[in-house]
Ligand binder design. Structure first.
Ligand SMILES: *Cc1c(COP(=O)(O)O)cnc(C)c1O
Length: 449
């Protein structure tokens, strides 16, 4: 059989509400044309993020009932620790309330002014947590990633020559760790190959610098390796994931992504002295080391999610359904960042809306047009978010895990193609109110006359 189906049936449903185009026009105006300011109840299909938006399984809900809420030594913690050790091989497993808490603890121990942390591409919270220590976050994306239209298989790779040159120039005294983000979220949800990870591991080792994974989408990355890299077609996703983790000295992880949970994170390490410093900080701001700011039931949901996410049927469906959206719009003339990523499709809004200049925010204008036309919410990743540093003007459509069916996605495809046909009617935006930091969350716009 060729048809790839959702590998689950639905036990509990959450109604979504239709609105009229006139209602949505009024809601948009009220929200200052910023989709972050629209109430979720007024959204029909929400593709704002894949973070914390997964549907949990019967297995996860059942496990939550046995959550052990003991302050110290919770059984739920030991179940999670066992799962994570088996998957990653890391000796020390520290739970945190989400990924950025793991980042803050790690970087506040290892970083200080004058130090440099290289990464294939830092996620925004990763960069912010490094920079808040006074250290510098440097992106070293591979050359293929510059062209949104190139269909290379591993556009998430780190630039190995640039990494070696940086480590040779700065040495281990100035580079406390190397990070690699799998998949590369900022770079379009693109995967990193095992060959690239192996070489990054060798280079880091040669310079005496530990290598960490930002492992948020480790399972999606493992699936891409199996599909695209020679020699792994017969490996299970878990074996590939274990291989990926074996090349690293530790990881940060957001359980809101590939642990299919609604909250949670992990900080893992092999270095016992470092882990002791980390747990000391954890107690100060997150909680006792066997709960780390989470309820026992959250630890259970994460432990079960980490097993479920490596299921082959799940991963096949997950990656195919994202590609389905991407192919169906791209093959009908909507420019996307190619090839489709694991968790999201990124529309190249600057290419689609050539009549809207960068300073009138084509990505945000497209977000408004798609909401007004069909009640769908995506997020601008471009000049509103990054100002003058934006490399591209994108609209990201992130797919929550196990939440929407194929007919929902067909509706999204139809809506985007209709908006594309009338793209010349879309007007740019100007900002009329903005805060000093992270303006994309709360600024207000008006359409350009
Ligand atoms: C989401 C994410 C984080 C941060 O995790 P939170 O749980 O949102 O704090 C870090 N890195 C990457 C690549 C992410 O996608």
């Amino acid at each position: 059989m060729k048809t790839i189906i959702e590998p689950f049936r639905i036990k509990s449903v959450e109604p979504i509400r239709q609105t009229t185009e006139a209602e949505r026009a009024a809601i948009l105006k009220q929200a200052g044309y910023n989709v972050f300011l629209i109430e979720a109840a007024d959204i029909l299909i929400d593709l704002l993020t894949d973070s914390g938006t997964s549907a949990m399984s019967t297995g996860q809900w059942a496990a939550m009932m046995r959550g052990d809420e003991s302050y110290a030594g919770s059984e739920s913690y030991y179940r999670l620790e066992k799962t994570v050790r088996h998957l990653t091989g890391f000796r020390h497993v520290i739970p945190t309330h989400q990924g950025r808490a793991a980042e803050r603890i790690l970087f506040s121990i290892l970083c200080k002014p004058g130090l440099i942390v290289p990464n294939n591409s830092h996620f925004d919270t990763t960069r912010a947590n490094i920079e808040s220590t006074g250290a510098q976050a440097v992106d070293l994306p591979c050359a293929e990633s510059a062209d949104t239209q190139a269909k290379a298989p591993f556009k998430g790779n780190i630039d190995l020559e640039a990494l070696d040159a940086l480590l040779t120039r700065e040495g281990s005294a100035r580079v406390p760790l190397v990070m690699i983000t799998v998949t590369n979220n900022t770079g379009g949800g693109q995967p990193v190959s095992l060959a690239n990870l192996k070489q990054a591991h060798e280079i880091s080792r040669r310079h005496g610098v530990p290598l960490y994974l930002d492992a948020c989408r480790f399972a999606e990355n493992a699936w891409f390796i199996r599909e695209r890299e020679a020699g792994y077609a017969d490996w299970s996703p878990k074996q590939i994931a274990q291989k990926m983790f074996s090349l690293a000295d530790g990881c940060t992880f957001s359980a809101k992504k590939d642990a299919l949970a609604n909250i949670g994170g992990l900080l893992c390490a092999n270095d016992s002295r470092l882990a002791e410093q980390e747990t000391n900080l954890l107690i100060l701001t997150e909680g006792f080391p066997t709960y780390g700011g989470l309820a026992g039931r959250d630890l259970e949901a994460i432990a079960v999610g980490l097993e479920e996410v490596l299921d082959e049927d799940y991963l096949r469906y997950r990656i195919a359904s994202t590609a389905y959206l991407g192919r169906h719009i791209a093959d009908h003339g909507v420019p996307i960042l190619e090839p489709p990523g694991g968790h999201a499709i990124y529309i190249d809004a600057a290419r689609m809306l050539r009549h809207i200049p960068k300073h009138q925010f084509p990505g945000a204008a497209l977000a408004c047009a798609l909401y007004r036309h069909a009640g769908i919410r995506g997020v601008e990743i471009g000049s509103v978010m990054f100002g003058a540093e934006a490399r591209h003007e994108l609209l990201r459509l992130a797919i929550p895990r196990r939440v929407y069916t194929q007919s929902h996605i067909d509706y999204v495809v139809e809506a985007i193609l209709e908006v594309n046909e009338r793209r010349n009617e879309i007007r740019g935006l100007e900002i009329i109110e903005q805060p000093r930091f992270l303006r994309h969350f709360s600024c207000r716009f008006q359409p350009v006359a």
